[in-house]
Design a protein around this ligand. Sequence first.
Ligand SMILES: [Zn+2]
Length: 263
Amino acid sequence: MPIIRVEPSRLYRRIADQIRELILAGEFPAGSRLPPERDLAQQFGVSRPSLREALIALEISGFVTVMTGSGIYVRTDFAGAEPSSVPDGGPGPFELIRARHLVESEVAAVAAREATPADIEGLEDAVAQMREEDLRHESREDADRLFHIRLAGATQNSALSLVVQGLWDQGRGRMWEKMQLRMHNAGLRPRWIAEHTAVLDAVRAKDPKAARRAMQAHLGAVEEELNDAWNAAAKGDGLPSPKGEGAAPKDISPPEKTLKVKS
Ligand SMILES: [Zn+2]
């Protein structure tokens, strides 16, 4: 008997695989709109961010399409989608930002206690680079990454540096890229620079509480942007179909037990 490789599975992939099976079984027919997000989340017994991550994964693998202002539809050409299970696109963007919220807020507090004058100069330099990127209208993440990595370095704890680097460099797979494309944050850059400046000011003042608060405010704002980007894309979700015909699936509520996430 061959040994089958055991793959650790992320929650969003388990949800996505079940939705994919329901699509393949015709429960959600080609061209139909998926049920409202809140209903699906309730039926699966999962949080809305996890369901959103599953829908992003299904979009990447070609099973559904997000029609701006109309909702999430099963693609009519999904037969050509990736046949096996939904591929692993790295950590989900919502779980990633929640992890960063926890870790980097404490990193900011420790950095406020431990930062050397050279660390503070490094952070000032990163903020200056953000301003230059903004003047050149570049929406790059380089200076942002630099700021967060240097802040982690300012804790003088190499393990914390590793954790933050991992969240930045290994955590940003296809899932994050997909959401990044939706985040039209050019107009938000001045606010975003101010958020980093607030962290820097707190570190300079050696005020751990203020640094923690400033980082929480920054990453809370990023999470809000992620939510806004998703809501803007899928805001028709759950409303009657635009033309009132065909598009909405007939009976889209299979018994609750079929929707529970397998673990
Ligand atoms: Zn940042």
